[in-house]
Every structure is written in structure tokens, then in C-alpha cells.
Write a protein of this length. Structure first.
Length: 510
């Protein structure tokens, strides 16, 4: 088998990442050596591979679904927004500069098609199958000429295309039909059919519509996936995270001890790697919520200032909203505060930034004895150390270099030498993303927080975050196996789009 498939969507957040991960896990359980691929990803949630390359976290999770190590080939182009109009461009895991949307789509993106196709070809030469994920919608006709992630990659590599639609939003039939009808005849020839996502109710009531859709487009529906809570994998776009919501539909299990533990995450602008708090949300009795008002800090047992692609901007935002004052008051009272990456940097005394914001010297919150200077070279590592007597692993993605002038060591090596971070009382800071996924360290940290907060909270002794991830990925594989036509999917991956698919007018405008 040397197959491939592009999973596209009628919209952003239609379920492409979840479906791709589910197909990957289903295939690997059939003994297929499979890899994920996303040519271009726009995300503030990223991950560092073992070779020190930065890719989107969604592709890292899809690699886990495939039971393989993630590599830069799986996400050759990563765009990290720095605002509404510009992004840092990361090529094959390394940043190559900032670019406006107009500049990128005006020529740079098109020139990257060769790099993207070469990356995909290398994966296809190594694996039995490569399951690719599109971005947004393939029918973005204003961007089709320079597209390298939807029909551009499908045409370039001869991939069949499966279009996913979120029926929970409504309008899925119109979205399916309109997506096909806005593509050129050459693009339409690769669109094999549809997959309905997040359906609630009796499938028999949907079937007449699916039959009519087949009659109108000549394309079949490959499955109807039911709505299930808690199936989302690591989100892609930090600009769209809800400030009022909790962590992706997480269900709070009953606490092991007498009390719950309340965690408030400051929803700073350009929040990056907010997936860091998923491991906390997975703990029985831990309630995690995003906040953007100072009064929401009052009942929190732990306040987290997360990573951000705009440290200076986040600092201004905290001050404007009164959150900076609320955090400072907590620190003075000895109540727990944790800063991660950019959140760690802004807790320090001052920041020298001629790289990210180009703001020069900026006073920090002055809550940790740390000074930060932004370097042009980005730190991308996968370190291992010890904290609170427990082994801890993480990954670093930052331009800021911290000079720690006092306080206590947070994370050290085997000989007790400081590796990263700083602690003063109950104020903690670290550059390491993902550290809370280390089960022993997370439990030790939560015990410290509970004691400082005066809560009779007890961490569950058997929560394994890695095992919970695996269970989640298996549920995605089950979803495909039980609710999609896997025989038809197999033929599609192995043999490509069916021949003779009809053209649906009017097609792409000239």
C-alpha cells in the first residue's frame, strides 16, 4: 500500500484534525504504517520534535495517533500569528522571519509549494499511507491561485479529497454542495465525497438528504460521525479560544479529597500553548477556567499566566484590565501563581525586547527576580530535569532569555544545578511547556498549591495523562471504525478518487 488522502473541511473547525487523527489511529490498528501531514498550519499551539523542529501541536498529536515520532516533514510550514495581519513563518521547523498576510499570499506561499510537495513525497516514500489535513475551506476562491494546503497539494500529489462538514452548526448540505460547486473541473475531479461530523439524533432522518446530495453531486457520503463530548485534540488557533469557556468541554471528575482546586488561566492576547493546562483539567477535582477580569482571580487557588506570542502586549493587557494588580496582590498574600514561558517572562523585573515587539526596555510586574532579553535566535529544545523531587519533561519555544538574579531553583539537573525557572515563595516561573504532563511532578505541584491555598485537595494517585491521551485517540479510531464506511475509505486511500466524477456547475469563477 502506498496511499494518501486529503481531509478537507467546509469551514475551519469542521473537525478535520479530529477526523485525520481518527483515520490515522484506525489505519495503524490495521497494521498500516501511516503518517500525518499538514502542508501549512496557522497555530499558536506548537510542539518541538526530538530533532529540535517546531511544528503544530495538532500534527504532533496525529503522529501520536499513528504511533510514530513527529518530524518537521509532517508540518513543513507553520504560521504563528503576531496579530491580525502578520505572522512568524516557520519553515521545516525553523523560523525564517515575520510576514504580513499580503506579503505571504502575494508570492511567498506559492514559492513554498515545491518544499511542501518534497516533504510529502519523502513521507510517502517511508510510510504505507499519509493522511493529509487541509486548512479552512478548499473553496476559498480568493486564495486558490497560491494555495499549497488544500486543492493545491491535492492536485500536486494526486490525492483524493474527503470533505468534512460540521452538521451541529447547521447548513451542512448547502456547505457540501457549495464547496464542490466553487471548485474548478480539475479540482472537482479529486473530490471523492463527504463525511458528516457531530450528528445528533436518528441517522435515518438524515439519509434522504444524503441521497439527494449524491444525486446532485454524484458523490457519496463516507460516514456520519455522532456528536461526542471531549473528542477534540490539541487546538490550532489560539486567536479563537473562548475567554468564557472551560478547557475544551472537560468534565470535572469528583475530587479524591474533600475539596476541589480552582485554577484561573489569564486569557492573555496571542495566547500560545494553552494546552499546557489540559493536564490539570484531566485531574479529578481540578476546575480550570480562562479568565479576563480581576474579580475572577478572587476564588482561584492557582492563577496561571500562560505562554503568549506577544509578551509585551500581554503585559499591557494585564495592566489595562486590572489583572496585574490582582496578581501582585496574590503574590503579596503568598497565594500560588505560575507563569509559563511568556507568562514567566512578564513576571520578572524587566524585559529588553528588540525582536518580538521591538518595544525596547519594558518594566515587568516585578514579582520574580528575573531579567529577560529577547534573542533573535529562537530556543527550541526538549529538556528533561527534576523539580519537587520528581522527574519532569518539557519543551521550550521562546526568544526570551532569562537571567535569574535570586530566588530558588525551580527545575534542576540530576546534580542539583539549575536548568530553568525561578521560585520565590508561592510564585513560580518556567519556560518549559508541557511540564505538567509529567504525572509525578504535577501531583507534587498540586499538593504544594493545595497546602498554600488551605484546600483539603488530594491529587489522584493513578491519573496518567499519557494514558488518557491514548484513550482519547483510541476513541477517535473507534469513531471511524464504527461510523464510517471503512472499506470504501480503504479503497479511496489506496486507489484514489473514483473515475468519472461529474462536474457540478458553475465551478470556480474565471
Amino acid at each position: 500500500m502506498n496511499g494518501g488522502l486529503l481531509v478537507a473541511g467546509t469551514t475551519s473547525d469542521a473537525g478535520k484534525s479530529v477526523v485525520t487523527a481518527g483515520i490515522c489511529r484506525w489505519l495503524v490498528r490495521q497494521g498500516v504504517k501511516v503518517a500525518p501531514f499538514k502542508a501549512q498550519n496557522m497555530s499558536l499551539n506548537s510542539f518541538v520534535t526530538r530533532e529540535g523542529a517546531e511544528i503544530g501541536r495538532a500534527q504532533a498529536m496525529q503522529a501520536q495517533a499513528c504511533r510514530v515520532e513527529p518530524t518537521a516533514l509532517m508540518n513543513p510550514v507553520l504560521l504563528k500569528p503576531g496579530g491580525d495581519r502578520s505572522s512568524q513563518v516557520v519553515l521545516l521547523g525553523r523560523p525564517v522571519g515575520e510576514m504580513t498576510a499580503r506579503g505571504y499570499h502575494g508570492g511567498r506561499q506559492e514559492r513554498l509549494l515545491g518544499t511542501v510537495l518534497d516533504s510529502l513525497a519523502e513521507l510517502r516514500g517511508t510510510y504505507d499511507a499519509v493522511i493529509c489535513e487541509g486548512a479552512g475551506s478548499p473553496a476559498e476562491i480568493n486564495l486558490r491561485r497560491t494555495d499549497i494546503v488544500n486543492m493545491g497539494i491535492a492536485r500536486g500529489a494526486g490525492l483524493p479529497v474527503l470533505i468534512v462538514g460540521d452538521i451541529d452548526r447547521g447548513g451542512v448540505f448547502a456547505s457540501f454542495f457549495g464547496t464542490v460547486a466553487l471548485l474548478s473541473p480539475e479540482d472537482q475531479a479529486l473530490v471523492a465525497g463527504f463525511l458528516v461530523n457531530k450528528f445528533r439524533g436518528d441517522v435515518s432522518l438524515l439519509e434522504p438528504g444524503l441521497d439527494m446530495l449524491h444525486g446532485l453531486t454524484g458523490r457519496r457520503t463516507y460516514g456520519v460521525l455522532p456528536f461526542q463530548h471531549g473528542l477534540g485534540i490539541d487546538e490550532e488557533d489560539g486567536l479563537r479560544v473562548s475567554l468564557r469557556g472551560t478547557v475544551r468541554e472537560s468534565v470535572v471528575a469528583p475530587p479524591v479529597g474533600e475539596d476541589v482546586l480552582r485554577v484561573a488561566v489569564c486569557a492573555v492576547p496571542l495566547m500560545s500553548n494553552f494546552t499546557d493546562v489540559d493536564a490539570l483539567a484531566a485531574e479529578p477535582g481540578v476546575v480550570v477556567r480562562f479568565v479576563d477580569r480581576p474579580e475572577e482571580l478572587a476564588d482561584a487557588d492557582l492563577v496561571i499566566v500562560p505562554g503568549t506570542r506577544g509578551t509585551v502586549r500581554a503585559l499591557e493587557w494585564l495592566r489595562e484590565r486590572g489583572l496585574a494588580e490582582g496578581i501582585a496582590r496574590r503574590v503579596a498574600e503568598g497565594r500560588p501563581v505560575l507563569g509559563v514561558c511568556g507568562g514567566f517572562q512578564l513576571l520578572g523585573e524587566h524585559i529588553e525586547d528588540d525582536v518580538e515587539s521591538r518595544a525596547g526596555h519594558v518594566d515587568g510586574l516585578g514579582l520574580l527576580p528575573v531579567r529577560v532579553r529577547f534573542a533573535r535566535e529562537k530556543t527550541l529544545t526538549r529538556p528533561v530535569g527534576e523539580a519537587l523531587g520528581e522527574r519532569v519533561e518539557g519543551y521550550e519555544i521562546h526568544h526570551g532569555v532569562a537571567e535569574v538574579l535570586g530566588g530558588n531553583t525551580f527545575i534542576s539537573d540530576d546534580n542539583g544545578h539549575s536548568l530553568d525557572g525561578c521560585r520565590v515563595g508561592q510564585t513560580w516561573g518556567t519556560h518549559w511547556h508541557g511540564s505538567l504532563e509529567s504525572d509525578g511532578f504535577r501531583r507534587a505541584f498540586l499538593r504544594e498549591v493545595a497546602a498554600a491555598a488551605g484546600r483539603r485537595f488530594v491529587p489522584a494517585p493513578d491519573t496518567s495523562f499519557a494514558a488518557l491521551r491514548e484513550e482519547q485517540l483510541d476513541r477517535l479510531g473507534d469513531l471511524i471504525e464504527q461510523h464510517a464506511d471503512t472499506d470504501a475509505l480503504w479503497r479511496l486511500i489506496e486507489s484514489g478518487a473514483p473515475p468519472g466524477l461529474p462536474f457540478v456547475p458553475p465551478g470556480a469563477p474565471a
